[in-house]
Design a binder for this molecule. Sequence first.
Ligand code: FAD
Length: 468
Amino acid sequence: MNKKYDILILGSGPAGIHAAVAGAQHGASMALLDMARSPGGRVLKTAEDGRDLAHTTGAELHSAQKLQNLFNSHSSSFDYFPGSTVVDLVDRQAVIDGPQGQLTLSGRKVILAPGAVEAPAIFHNWTTPGIYTLGGYNNMIKRGQKLTRPLLAAGSGPLLYALAANVSKSGGKLAGLLDAASFAQNVDLGQTLLGGGYFDKLMVVNKAFFTLLGTTWKHRCRISAVEGEEGDFTIRTVYMDGNWKTTKPGPVFKAGAVAVSYGLHPNTDLARRCECAHSYDPITGIWSTIVDDFMRASVPGIYLAGDGVEIKGYEGAAIDGRLAGLAAVTDLGLGDGLGREMRALQKKRRACGTFAAALSACSEPGDGYFAELADDMVICRCENITIRNIRSALAEGARDRNGVKKRTRMGMGHCQGRYCGQVVDRILAALAASDHIPALFGPRTPVLPVRMGVLAGLEMPVDEEFRS
Ligand SMILES: Cc1cc2nc3c(=O)[nH]c(=O)nc-3n(C[C@H](O)[C@H](O)[C@H](O)COP(=O)(O)OP(=O)(O)OC[C@H]3O[C@@H](n4cnc5c(N)ncnc54)[C@H](O)[C@@H]3O)c2cc1C
């Protein structure tokens, strides 16, 4: 199947849905695609195959239901393709591996709303089964995963506290909570939440505080090593200064599972594939697709929205999505007199940007953390590449991540550098100092795993369990 639309929207999270609603209100023909089987994105999916978000805190569940209603009330105005993975995007034409096999859809305008990727937290034995990311564990609990043994949670920002609240709601127990941020940073973050109108997040954080009474809760503390196996972990921690340099040993914890991540980064897979320009922030290590005030990328006809361009939560993603949708219909000549609404959205977007900056300042590790990574620590878990391997590649003349990739296979495994790619520039900066040149991995197709038959152009229906 090959079909053309006015607007193609990739990702049906809050950003994608709000973009689709804006387009629908102005008569654009549209397709909304997502590899997930139901709309709502990473956080606000309501029900999937009859499983509801049993252990989601009230505020988030309410937002999820509101988003679902918004989707339902406009879904007759666009074609929706669930369970459909975009594996390539060139010249505003997307190649999709979906339930109907291969599908090619093109748009006069394309809005990318692919969400975020969690950066790996690196310490001794971080790849041991039973150690999850904060977001991953949060999603498991919300969908009914039973916590039979205490969980140690480490990270920072609202995601850490949302997990604490959800653990408590599910009847589980926390072995401890390690916030990488200082108390003062949390106060700053709280103020930006208030200024940006993030009332859901404030309610979730507030709820979490009550659940933490009686729990070991440390600030400026991170995991340095995990020993043992799932169900019976011993976790060593350190206290650190503002630059994440170790100041002294922290408490030792016993826990059955660990949830940890330090920062979310925009998912740039598709934007890189269609050659949009990106910028790099050496302080946070975050690569972002460059957009103008109307969410337009450097490549004509491509727009970005949501966590895929800046991490500012589902509230901020909704604003981005509507702005990108309105900008696209205006550029198509379908919308008139939208300037006032777009200016109001741009103002709200700036307020959310203040939260985004405070969030990355407290979530992204400082230089001290990268300087302390030991030679035997694994960086690319798909190809088992360690700091020692990276040092050797640098000694052989590698100057950037692509040079390291050529010499070691780092970033060439199953995830195609999606995880190690979030931290590798910071590591190279720590190991090679001024010799290092920040770079992105060269984009490769397929951007996500694809079935061979689909690549060969065959029609290949998939069983429903294939997608999650
Ligand atoms: C693992 C994880 C857990 C999170 N948990 C929380 C939480 O508990 N609370 C919170 O406030 N925030 C959480 N966040 C942040 C949260 O995702 C966002 O703030 C919000 O959902 C952003 O909305 P969005 O529309 O930009 O992206 P998302 O909601 O992430 O939606 C993006 C969509 O794009 C789809 N997609 C991506 N690439 C492709 C592709 N190639 N083909 C097809 N579809 C694709 C994804 O399946 C996804 O449904 C989490 C983020 C992650 C990564």
